[in-house]
Design a protein around this ligand. Structure first.
Ligand code: TXA
Ligand code: MG
Length: 344
C-alpha cells in the first residue's frame, strides 16, 4: 500500500488537507493523526470493517479495546445512553484534554471497537488537527496509539512512519505531540471510579474534582485468567528493543548504582545507554538527558527510547522519578517497559 504523508500546520490547519484526510476516514480507511498526547491511528469508530483494519495494521490483539475520539460534547449521545454526574464534571473540567472516560456503551458502538466489552472509552483531544478531522469526517474516530503493538507510542510523525509505512494510506504530520505519554484512563462505568491508566491529567487533579479514586493495580491481575478491567494493561508495553533496567531509590544511591552497572556492562562489551533527569551527569551519546521537569520527561521519554534503539543500544539504565503528579504516569510507562528493576 502506498502511504501518503500530509503535513498540516497545528496552529492553522489547512482545511483542504483536513478534507483530504476526512475522505479517507469516510471511505472506511485509516489515517494516522496527531493528538496532544501521542499519535493515533484512526478509523470511523462506528464502522466495524474500518475498525478491524486498525487491529490488523497494528498487530493488536482483538480483545484490546480502542479509545473513541470526539470533537463535540453532543457526540456522547451516540456513544452512551447515560452520562453519570461524575463524568459530566470531568468532561467539563478536562475536555478537550488528555483524559479518557470509560462508560457503559450504547448499542450503536460496534463490539469490535470496544474489544467485546459493554463499556466504551471516550476522549476529546486537545489538538486542532484531530478535532477538525473528526468534525469534517462527521463521525467519532476510534484511535489507539499509532505504533506497532508493544512498541513505544509515537510522539512525532517519523515514529509512525517507522512502524506503519506501507500499512496505512495516510499519515498526518502535525509536529511533535505536546504531552508525550498517553491519556489518563478513568473508569466511571461502575459505582467506584477507577484509575485504569495514569497520564496527562493527574490523579490529584481528578480527586480534587470527584473525590476518592481507586487506583487499578496491574500487578494483581497478572497471571489471572479473568478478563482484566482494562485489557490493554496485560500486554507488555512501550518497550524499545533494548533491555530496560530501572533503578529505584534515593538519587545519589541510584546514580552510584547506574555508574557501576554502566562500567560493568561496558566491560562485557555491551552497548549501554543511560537516561537521566539529573544534570550532574556528563551528557554524551551514551548518557541522554530527558529533562528536569516532569512535563519535559514525559514529552521526551518515548522519543529517547526510540533514539537508543536506532543507535542499537542493548541496555538502557534509568532511575526512578517518584509518583507525584505526572510522575505516576511516567513511572507507569517506565515500569511497564522495564525488564528488570533494582532497588538501592
Ligand atoms: O492518549 C491516548 O489515549 C492515545 C491517543 C491516540 O488518544 N491513545 C491510546 O490508545 O493510548 P491505546 O489504544 O494505545 O490505549 C487505550 C487504553 C488501553 O489500555 C485499553 O485497554 C484501554 O485504554 N481501554 C480502551 N477501552 C476500554 C474500555 N472500554 N474499558 C477499559 N479500558 C479500555
Ligand atoms: Mg497504545
Amino acid at each position: 500500500m502506498k502511504t501518503k504523508i500530509v503535513k498540516i500546520n497545528l496552529k492553522h490547519p489547512q482545511i483542504s488537507k483536513i478534507s483530504q484526510a476526512a475522505v479517507v476516514i469516510k471511505t472506511g480507511n485509516l489515517v494516522a493523526i496527531p493528538t496532544e498526547t501521542v499519535y493515533g491511528i484512526g478509523a470511523n469508530a462506528l464502522d466495524a470493517k474500518a475498525v478491524k483494519k486498525i487491529f490488523k495494521a497494528k498487530g493488536r490483539p482483538l480483545d484490546n479495546p480502542l479509545i473513541i475520539h470526539i470533537s463535540k460534547f453532543e457526540e456522547m449521545d451516540i456513544l452512551v445512553d447515560k452520562i453519570p454526574d461524575s463524568a459530566k464534571k470531568l468532561m467539563k473540567k478536562f475536555w478537550p484534554g488528555p483524559l479518557t472516560i470509560v462508560l457503559k456503551k450504547s448499542k450503536t458502538v460496534p463490539k469490535i471497537t470496544t474489544g467485546g466489552l459493554n463499556t466504551v472509552a471516550i476522549r476529546m483531544p486537545d489538538n486542532q488537527i484531530a478535532r477538525q478531522l473528526i468534525k469534517e469526517s462527521g463521525v467519532p474516530i476510534a484511535a489507539p496509539s499509532a505504533n506497532i503493538s508493544g512498541k513505544p507510542s509515537p510522539t512525532i510523525a517519523a515514529h509512525v512512519k517507522e512502524d506503519l509505512y506501507g500499512k496505512i494510506p495516510m499519515i498526518i504530520d502535525g509536529g511533535k505531540t505536546k504531552i508525550g505519554i498517553e491519556s489518563t484512563v478513568i473508569d466511571l462505568s461502575g459505582k467506584t471510579p477507577i484509575l485504569l491508566r495514569p497520564g496527562g491529567v493527574t490523579l490529584e487533579q481528578l480527586e480534587k474534582s470527584i473525590g476518592k479514586i481507586k487506583v487499578h493495580s496491574i500487578k494483581r491481575k497478572e497471571g489471572q485468567n479473568s478478563v482484566s478491567r482494562s485489557p490493554g494493561m496485560k500486554y507488555r508495553h512501550y518497550s524499545p528493543k533494548a533491555k530496560i533496567i530501572l533503578i529505584k531509590g534515593p538519587k545519589n544511591k541510584a546514580n552510584e548504582k547506574i555508574k557501576d552497572l554502566l562500567a560493568q556492562f561496558k566491560k562485557q562489551g555491551k552497548k549501554v545507554g543511560v537516561l537521566s533527569t539529573d544534570k550532574d551527569w556528563n551528557f554524551s551519546r551514551e548518557v541522554m538527558f530527558i529533562g528536569k521537569r516532569f512535563d519535559e520527561v514525559a514529552s521526551n521519554l518515548f522519543q529517547t527510547f526510540r533514539e537508543f534503539d536506532s543507535r542499537k543500544v542493548e541496555i538502557i539504565l534509568i532511575h526512578g522519578i517518584g509518583q507525584k503528579g505526572l510522575g505516576l504516569g511516567i513511572m507507569d510507562r517506565i515500569e511497564k517497559a522495564a525488564v528488570e528493576k533494582i532497588n538501592v
